[in-house]
Ligand binder design. Structure first.
Ligand SMILES: [Zn+2]
Length: 343
């Protein structure tokens, strides 16, 4: 099969021929149609996320099952599928409690610890594939449907994690990023008032189109004070931080009002300080939010199927152009998501 291979950190992609994967017991193989190209996997290419090379990256797939191994009963040849990002075990106490991102026996991530979607075929443990419902038009929009599992479902999970209620104010830090802009979209969908925080003017304008009521460039200002001002001095109900530097996290905490919630996701993941007295007096919550559960992916499918939210994929190119797409992702030039068309 054709595959876009990385032989090491910070090296160009190489279009190579690899043996077609064969499904062993408990596994399935799917023919990849499209695969999303986000910053998470660019971190691998740039060497910021260590993996074992050579590696085929990519996890936001739309694909069709072409082979199922022995003992696999829930998938059939021809089933349209996408992939769960975590290689969760499926049987530990956290998997059984439908909190799969907290799996005790997880073997890493699709496209990081095993080969992913930048190839004609992808082989995974069968339970990692998620069947696409009939209600999603994956044939007409494979790139958009393929990024739901991460770019759209992750923000949906954040709404639940932080118990975002209609009418609340949600500030999204890093709102111009691939997941950030979908967070803006999902928070607006939840009838929250959304403030988008980012540094690029074109990204902030895209955030407005995605549903942000206000935007703010944090450079050279006191972000916490600005956010408090924008809420009449009350403070923001929920801050979602996709940047997670010490500065953004502390600005986020200090921007919160009573019963405010700070949601911490990936990004720089730096340590930060929370003033305990403020936390007590305002009854603040500081929450981590790690990927999504499978149930949350199904719920996000339903929202998209009803036409209430639509994934923002602005750059779809053939697999052969992976290098150029990743250069744009690295430079932060992509609004929403980019995706590669494999088949
Ligand atoms: Zn598990």
């Amino acid at each position: 099969m054709k595959a876009m291979l990385l032989r090491g950190p910070n090296t160009p992609f190489e279009l190579v021929d690899l043996p077609d994967p064969a499904a062993g017991p408990g596994e399935a193989v799917a023919r990849v149609i499209t695969c999303g190209s986000g910053l998470t996997i660019q971190h691998v290419k740039a060497g910021r996320r260590p993996v074992q090379f050579p590696r085929v990256i990519g996890h936001e797939i739309t694909a069709e099952i072409v082979e199922v191994g022995a003992g696999v009963s829930h998938l059939r040849v021809g089933d349209p599928v996408t992939a769960y990002y975590y290689l969760n075990c499926g049987h530990c106490r956290w998997c059984l409690a439908h909190r799969e991102p907290l799996c005790l026996e997880a073997r890493g991530n699709v496209g990081l610890e095993c080969d992913g979607g930048y190839a004609e075929y992808i082989k995974l443990p069968a339970h990692i594939f998620i069947k696409l419902p009939e209600t999603l038009d994956w044939r007409a929009h494979p790139a958009e449907i393929g990024v739901i599992t991460d770019a759209l479902a992750t923000p949906y999970k954040v709404l639940r994690r932080a118990h975002v209620a209609p009418g609340e104010t949600v500030a999204v830090i890093g709102a111009g990023g691939g997941v950030g802009i979908h967070q803006v979209m999902m928070a607006a969908w939840a009838n929250a008032r959304v403030i988008a925080v980012d540094v690029a003017a074109d990204k902030l304008s895209a955030c407005r189109k995605a549903g942000a009521e206000a935007t703010i460039d944090p450079r050279g200002i006191d972000l916490a004070a600005a956010l408090r001002d924008m809420t009449g001095g009350h403070g923001v109900d929920v801050v979602v931080d996709y940047v997670c530097t010490r500065a953004t996290l502390e600005a986020g905490v200090n921007a919160l009002g009573r019963r405010g919630r700070l949601v911490v996701l990936g990004g720089a993941a730096q340590p930060f300080q929370v003033p305990a007295r403020e936390m007590l007096l305002k009854e603040l919550d500081v929450l981590g939010s790690r990927y999504v559960t499978r149930a949350e992916i199904l719920e996000t499918f339903a929202i998209v199927a009803r036409g209430e939210v639509w994934p923002l994929v602005t750059d779809i190119r053939p697999l052969a152009e992976a290098e150029a797409v990743h250069a744009r992702v690295e430079r932060g030039e992509v609004t929403g998501r980019a995706a590669l068309r494999v088949a």
